[in-house]
Design a protein. Structure first.
Length: 135
């Protein structure tokens, strides 16, 4: 069985947690990291995956099965639309961060774009990732 190839966009705390889960997963593999910060080179080298400075570069050189967006919230819509338009499944976890607005223009635009391109959301390992222990 081939593993699902997952790229993580954003190598901050949340991105690093997603990378760790993807690397330990029996069903998916970390295929690339997308982040323009120079410090990310060491993270990609340690993970033994290629590093790309943009989603456009990733899609041109190493198209994954899906992308986890761990970029700043204000970039989520732009990045999600890039993934959807490229035909790549995308997961952005705004829902769990309480920033998802069910009827916001941004959400409506993303949903319409997904439908137009017939791209389903990426779902998977997030629920096994618990960054904040319950007290």
């Amino acid at each position: 069985m081939d593993k699902t190839r997952i790229a993580v966009a954003g190598a901050g705390i949340i991105g690093l947690a997603h990378m760790d889960v993807a690397q330990r997963s029996p069903t998916c593999t970390l295929s690339a990291i997308v982040d323009p910060a120079p410090a990310t080179e060491a993270i990609a080298a340690k993970a033994r995956v290629p590093l790309y400075k943009s989603l456009d570069e990733l899609f041109e050189k190493n198209r994954p099965d899906g992308v986890i967006l761990a970029t700043p919230n204000q970039l989520h819509l732009e990045h999600a639309l890039k993934c959807i338009t490229a035909g790549v499944r995308v997961d952005r976890r705004d829902e769990l961060e309480s920033t998802w607005k069910l009827f916001s223009p941004q959400t409506s635009r993303e949903i319409a774009t997904r439908r137009h391109h017939a791209i389903r959301p990426l779902a998977g390992h997030w629920y096994s990732l618990n960054l904040v222990p319950l007290v």
